[in-house]
Design a protein around this ligand. Structure first.
Ligand code: AHR
Length: 510
């Protein structure tokens, strides 16, 4: 008898061990709105992002509207791109905007010293960028030059774009064909000023920020949302000093963090990687949780009411460039691993909606963790694109607080949670839960309690593939694609589902 009891209790113990995944979604709670701007993008004059990616010129055989590719615009509209950051990056701090206005054939050229040393002919400038944003229906986010520019130059740029009355800059804009000003809210004052943007100390930058920001004026009802340069990763001192010395003058403070699986000298291949490298990529991606929490905690000291947004305006994977491509162009392929990294990061930003008000993946087309790749007239959508497609339901929805108990994905004694999740309720009352099963080998059985809800219907979509390094190529553009997901079941306020290994699932519950 004793033996029998022992057998049954150890059986129960094993079952408990295997069925640890549990989620409680507090549907009856939630007060924070997930800003749609968390789903923003970043495009720099780098490699083939602007030229070839968006801009092909009016005379191109590739279908375009005033020089801008129609296919790329449509694809980004389909994921409801809310904002686009431009012109850099490091490029922003050596960009002189006046070189990019007026007749294109008369625009001065420059050397793009950061990115491949190529000649920039300035054919894509302020008017073209703002036209692109208008075509996509998204808000522009302009990154001003504090590193090698002047206060006057930045101040005049704001006046050129947003002033409606009679002034030297608004007259110049009219001369260049744009009668009415544009609306530009998001304005960056320096990029990575601790590095490529001028190698400044936090104290020096904070003073410069106050000076430059003073002369970035609000014209009419165009109220600027000024974003100060924040830390790269774990420089918590930078956040502390800049918030202490300039916190009152800003609306946003940036944070940059790239997911680099190996070392900066040898980052690893985008497509050929081992399971150990996959594990390390996930660990590095999950650091975002830590950075967002710690920088937010420092911001809380100076801004307990959370008036200043944390703006994660550069993030994503960074691998070795594809073989035989220009090392300065940062062109990399994009696999299911990238999609998992994107899904984890977006869940993190959603869960920190009280502080994270914008995020911009680097860099939309043909550079780093791109959502779109082009090859002349051809265009493909990467697995990361499909994550944005699945997650667009969270834009401006109410974050639902949740608790998660997860099985672990283990490698050589290191562990991470196998599951990652975030949830929201939209204006029509629909609940959306986005799940990631990080484990590349094991499916995960999950039970979720939808506390405070009595749902009637569940449907879903899934992104997965046979191998973690599967990707979409120009020859096989739909290898990794979204499909319907029917394996979720409702019973009262309980939801059960089995998440296949290495998958991203979006559930809609009504
Ligand atoms: O996104 C590529 C580069 O990474 C950006 O130009 C810079 O801001 C960062 O270091």
């Amino acid at each position: 008898m004793k033996r029998l009891i022992l057998f049954f209790s150890s059986l129960c113990f094993c079952i408990t061990l295997q069925a640890q995944n549990k989620v409680i979604v507090n549907v009856d709670q939630g007060s924070e709105i997930i800003s749609k701007h968390i789903y923003g993008h970043f495009s720099e004059h780098l490699g083939r992002c602007i030229y070839g990616g968006y801009w092909v010129g009016e005379n191109s055989a590739i279908p375009n509207t005033r020089g801008i590719r129609n296919d790329v615009v449509q694809a980004l509209k389909d994921i409801q791109i809310p904002n686009l950051r431009w012109p850099g990056g490091c490029f922003a701090d050596e960009y002189h905007w006046m070189d990019g206005i007026g007749p294109r054939n008369q625009r001065p050229r420059m050397v793009n010293t950061h990115w491949g040393g190529v000649t920039e002919d300035n054919s894509f400038g302020t008017h073209e960028f703002l036209d692109l944003c208008e075509q996509m229906g998204c808000e522009p986010y302009i990154s001003g030059n504090l590193g090698s520019g002047s206060v006057e130059e930045m101040s005049k740029w704001v006046e050129y774009i947003t002033f409606d009355g009679e002034s030297p800059m608004s007259n110049l804009r009219k001369q260049n064909g744009r009668e009415k000003p544009w609306k530009v809210k998001f304005w960056g004052v320096g990029n990575e000023s601790w590095g490529c943007g001028g190698n400044m100390t936090a104290e020096f930058y904070a003073d410069q920020y106050r000076r430059y920001a003073t002369y970035c004026r609000n014209y009419g009802d165009n109220q600027l949302y000024k974003i100060a340069c924040g830390s790269g990763g774990m420089d918590f001192n930078w956040t502390d000093v800049v918030m202490k010395n300039a916190g009152r003058q800003m609306q946003g403070l940036s944070l940059h963090h790239y997911t680099v699986p190996n070392t900066w000298d040898d980052k690893g291949s985008a497509t050929q990687f081992t399971e150990a490298e996959y594990f390390s990529t996930i660990e590095k991606a999950l650091i975002m949780e830590n950075y967002v929490s710690k920088h937010s905690a420092i911001m809380d000291i100076y801004d307990p009411m959370k008036r200043v947004g944390l703006i994660v305006d550069e993030w994503g994977t960074w691998f070795n460039v594809e073989p035989e491509t220009n090392p300065g162009f940062l062109y990399q392929q994009n696999t299911l691993r990238d999609a998992i990294v994107a899904a984890i990061n977006l869940n993190i930003f959603n869960r920190h909606a009280d502080r994270v008000k914008m995020a911009n993946i680097a860099q939309t087309v043909n550079v780093l963790q791109a959502v779109i790749l082009t090859d002349n007239e051809k265009m493909i959508l990467t697995p990361t694109y499909w994550v944005y497609y699945l997650y667009k339901v969270h834009q401006d929805a109410t974050l639902l607080p949740l608790s998660l108990t997860s099985n672990k994905f283990e490698m050589d004694g290191r562990k991470v949670d196998a599951l990652d999740v975030s949830a929201s309720k939209d204006a029509t009352g629909k609940i959306h839960i986005t799940w990631v099963n990080i484990d590349p080998n094991k499916s995960q059985q999950v039970t979720a309690e939808l506390r405070g809800a009595m749902p009637k219907k569940v449907s879903g979509k899934i992104l997965t593939s046979a191998k973690i390094n599967d990707y979409n190529s120009f020859e096989n553009p739909n290898a990794v694609h979204v499909k319907d997901f029917k394996a979720a079941k409702l019973s009262g306020d309980k939801l059960s589902l089995e998440l296949p290994a290495k998958s991203i699932v979006m559930l809609e519950i009504e």
